[in-house]
Design a protein. Structure first.
Length: 164
């Protein structure tokens, strides 16, 4: 099995050819991702959730990059009228999204981290790793976006089967 091409130029050409509907899906997906990750982690201030540790300087750029890339990946699933094509890619986008949630979240508010490391371990060991986790999540999402954009014209979609 061959690995899909990762050409940023080809991906940029694909983005330039996107119709308006795809851009709207990308924008809506980015906004939804920002809210789904940012509200429970309290990176996006809200009255429903609170953090024990203040938001770090890198949390907002990590959330923004995650949102833009997730919106882009989501928009690649929109079928362009007249082409009958869609693309395939691995689960990199999903993994990147989940990792971003852990990366920007409060280190001592995460029950899993608290269970495994305790409060002092979360602050001593997990908190310093969170920027690295954020970088890995953004890289996974970027790879997923490149794969999806570079293979957008290579996999014909099956015609929907008629309803019985």
């Amino acid at each position: 099995m061959s690995t899909p091409s990762r050409s940023p130029r080809r991906a940029a050409r694909t983005l330039a050819a996107w119709p308006r509907e795809r851009w709207l899906v990308a924008a809506a997906g980015a906004a939804a991702t920002a809210l789904l990750v940012g509200v429970p982690t309290d990176v996006v201030p809200n009255p429903f959730f609170a953090r024990s540790v203040p938001v770090q300087w890198w949390n907002l750029p990590a959330l923004a990059a995650t949102a833009v890339l997730a919106g882009t990946v989501l928009a690649t699933y929109v079928r362009t009228p007249g082409t009958g094509r869609t693309t395939t890619a691995g689960r990199l986008g999903s993994a990147g999204g989940v990792l971003s949630f852990f990366a920007v979240g409060c280190p001592v508010c995460n029950k899993l981290v608290l269970l495994l490391l305790g409060t002092s371990g979360a602050l001593t060991y997990w908190a310093p790793l969170q920027p690295l986790v954020a970088a890995v999540s953004v890289l996974l999402l970027a790879e997923a976006a490149l794969r999806r954009l570079n293979t957008s014209d290579s996999c014909p979609a099956r015609a929907p089967s008629p309803a019985a």
